[in-house]
Design a binder for this molecule. Structure first.
Ligand SMILES: *Cc1c(COP(=O)(O)O)cnc(C)c1O
Length: 428
């Protein structure tokens, strides 16, 4: 049976939709080569780190209690450090999310009276309360502890405002700059690791003692290098995004200079004990295996995003990035133009999810949002966004964000179903 006949018979897809997808896939294929190259380089890096460090089954054993001398935990740190081309790393399932990991980074190295300057504009939403830009005084934010925060917005062309950064670093004592790699859900471009390297070089030339801290969420393994290679003192991210390869059930990592990694470990556990303790309960194998899969899984998510862009471009929607852009994170933005289209899109994505495919997404109220939000997700790991998902607030211009896909084949199904769903609703 041909592929299209199977799809038509089993998923109720129309000839017209399948033709659009087939055409778009031909367009998309041109961008696949670069993505495959990045995956190969990163996979080889992981393989080499495993081999150089003589990874063997004894490192997969569970520890309990204090978890002293947990060789699996220590080895994982060493391997991450090699892959990230950094002095050291801290990889723990105990990081409950990306936000927790990044918060640990900030509290780990900043002290009362210090100033941190965000040089890529407003940080990711969930960090605002950590910093103390929003939220009640007395909650224990950085601000409560006397840590000052300043922000230098990106210029209208999405580039860092180097004049303003220069002025800030020249006139004031700045302990650290904060750089966010991915656009997240903002309307700006995503920075490549190399572009981040340029920012770090600029900062260090003016103020060598200023630390460069990088929010690396969604960016891992999209480029052939990580920000640590380009001189970031610390970078961190979530293991239920890129770096966990869809296998890690939870956790986060920080990579960077040994001195600062140790301070982060003090903050995560306690001052004095730091990384000496922390039982891993048998989870290490998943974290190793997740790292093993990560470069490939990231490539699958990237290819899925390119296919999605190619399809919706052809249908006349505004997409960012475009299908032929070189990507530095896994997020795809599509301006769908109406609430109806957003709902239809999400229902299609949901139908192509491995878990909860029967569920019908509805717009609903979300804490922290003024408008209703629609979401599609059916993941093995709850909330995992390296797995296929789509979401967006119901407000003009009705932009949906799609990301993830553990395998190109499964994500492709979700994307095809989204097109069929838009067609069934008369949007296209
Ligand atoms: C997801 C994300 C975070 C926060 O991670 P959570 O795991 O959702 O807490 C921070 N920064 C960026 C750029 C992200 O994409």
């Amino acid at each position: 049976m041909s592929k299209n006949k199977f799809l038509k018979e089993n998923f109720g897809l129309s000839e017209a939709v399948l033709n659009i997808v087939e055409e778009a896939e031909t367009t998309a294929a041109k961008a696949f080569r670069h993505i495959e190259d990045m995956a190969e380089i990163n996979e080889m890096k992981v393989m080499k780190a495993f081999a150089d460090n003589r990874l063997s089954a004894e490192y997969f054993m569970a520890s309990s209690g204090y978890g002293s001398d947990d060789i699996g935990r220590d080895m994982l740190d060493k391997i991450y450090a090699q892959v990230f081309e950094s002095e050291d790393a801290l990889v723990r399932y105990n990081f409950i999310s990306g936000t927790h990991t990044l918060s640990t980074m900030l509290f780990g190295v900043l002290r009362p009276g210090d100033t941190v300057v965000a040089i890529t504009g407003k940080p990711y939403d969930t960090l605002e309360e950590v910093i103390g830009i929003v939220g009640k005084p007395g909650n224990g934010s950085l601000k409560d502890f006397g840590i000052n925060y300043k922000q230098i917005d990106l210029k209208s062309d999405s580039e860092p405002d180097y004049n303003a950064i220069n002025k800030e670093l020249t006139e004031n004592k700045i302990k650290a700059v904060w750089i966010q790699r991915s656009k997240g859900y903002g309307e700006r471009k995503t920075f490549s690791a190399k572009e981040i390297g340029k920012m770090i070089k600029f900062v260090k030339e003016i103020s060598p003692d200023t630390l460069a801290l990088v929010d690396n969420c969604y960016g891992e393994f999209t480029d052939d290098k990580e920000p640590t290679y380009y001189g970031a003192d610390l970078c961190g991210g979530s293991l239920i995004k890129n770096a966990g390869g869809g296998i890690a059930p939870t956790g986060g990592y920080i990579a960077g200079k040994e001195k600062y990694i140790n301070l982060c470990a003090y903050r995560l556990s306690t001052v004095g004990i730091g990384r000496e303790n922390g039982a891993t309960l048998g989870i290490n194998k998943c974290l190793y295996q997740g790292l093993f899969f990560a470069p490939h899984v990231v490539s699958q998510a990237l290819k899925s995003a390119v296919l999605c862009a190619a399809i919706y471009e052809k249908l006349g929607f505004e997409v960012e990035p475009r299908s032929d852009d070189v990507r530095h994170d896994i997020i795809q933005r599509i301006k769908l133009g109406s609430e109806k289209a957003m709902i239809a899109f999400c229902r299609g994505i949901q139908l192509g999810s491995p878990v909860d495919a029967y569920v019908k997404p509805e717009p609903s109220d979300m804490p922290g949002y003024q408008e209703k939000v629609i979401m599609a997700a059916g993941a093995f790991n709850q909330g995992s966004s390296i797995e296929l998902s789509a979401d967006g607030p119901i407000k003009p211009p009705y932009t949906i964000y799609m990301q993830g896909g553990l395998t190109y084949e499964s994500a492709k199904l979700g994307i095809i179903m989204s097109v069929q769903s838009l067609k069934d609703e008369g949007v296209i």
